[in-house]
Design a protein. Structure first.
Length: 281
């Protein structure tokens, strides 16, 4: 029997479709889902296409100055957004490094997060940006920080009857930010990645991607390094704290041991780049 395709116009209609057809899959950009279907990893009996839901598209400013990125916003729009500046510039940089132009034209930020691939570009960048996600269910909507959203390898807090609707970012600050990754070739998933935001009080937020089921952050070590960003020993301490949190795997992109070696090096090089950028400003 051919798979069905539903085209809801609102989030509420999409949730109703899912309740009626629980074995259907929400279809965002489709790159990962269709590849998984073709490999036999998922066998949905149909799809609920999210393209026609206007609410899920675009980048909008919230009353508090923060940004709301609809889950169906394409990577190319995130990569080109003039709203993602300063402390949010790293999100734009991450979007620019995703795969290739065809994928950036088709793929969506919500689809990427829901797929929860540890080597993807957004998770570390959004973690360092202190992003939250908005999740809709029949009972209403809830917000989660990324530390609570990513549960395990390719597993999130999304329930079977829930839909990721938006990524919520704090208002951009003047401090610089950067996202860097090491990959086998340009556009590949990260062997390891690093995202850093400098604040205006001599502190930072730093997240590592590709070295565990979720982005690595140590708020305790971040607090300890405040006011010591030029101190090599303090930077080394933060690197060790992030290595201690790591749970990498051996795969075609690198061994677990190699990834652990990369963490402090990526952190130090990304921070040095930002400090030079801040000094030149």
């Amino acid at each position: 029997m051919a798979a069905f395709l539903e085209r809801p116009r609102t989030v509420e209609e999409a949730l109703t479709c899912k309740a009626v057809r629980p074995d259907a899959r929400f279809l965002a950009g489709g790159a990962s889902l269709i590849a998984m279907r073709n490999a036999g990893l998922v066998v949905p009996d149909g799809y609920i296409a999210l393209e026609g839901i206007e609410e899920l598209h675009g980048i909008m400013q919230s009353p508090d100055g923060g940004l709301r990125i609809g889950a169906m916003t394409r990577h190319r729009l995130c990569a080109a957004s003039a709203s993602l500046t300063g402390s949010l510039e790293l999100v734009r940089q991450a979007a620019r490094q995703i795969a290739n132009p065809p994928v950036r034209n088709m793929g969506t930020i919500g689809g990427s997060l829901a797929n929860a691939d540890p080597g993807a570009d957004y998770p570390a960048a959004l973690s360092a940006a202190d992003a939250e996600v908005e999740i809709a269910a029949a009972e209403g909507r809830r917000r989660l920080g990324l530390a609570d959203f990513f549960l395990d390898w390719y597993e999130t807090a999304l329930g079977e009857d829930e839909l990721l609707t938006a990524i919520l970012l704090p208002a951009p600050q003047a401090g610089p930010s950067a996202y860097r990754k090491l990959a086998r070739v340009s556009g590949d998933y990260a062997t390891a990645s690093c995202a850093v935001v400098l604040d205006q009080d001599g502190g930072l937020r730093a997240a590592i991607g590709g070295c565990g089921p979720a982005p690595l952050r140590s708020t305790e070590a971040e607090t300890a390094i405040r006011g010591r960003l030029h101190d090599a020993a303090a930077i080394a301490d933060l690197g060790r704290a992030l290595v201690d949190l790591a749970d990498p795997i051996d795969d075609v992109r690198g061994s677990a041991a190699y990834r652990r070696l990369l963490i402090p090096r990526l952190l130090a090089s990304t921070l040095a780049h930002l400090l030079r950028q801040e000094q030149a400003a």
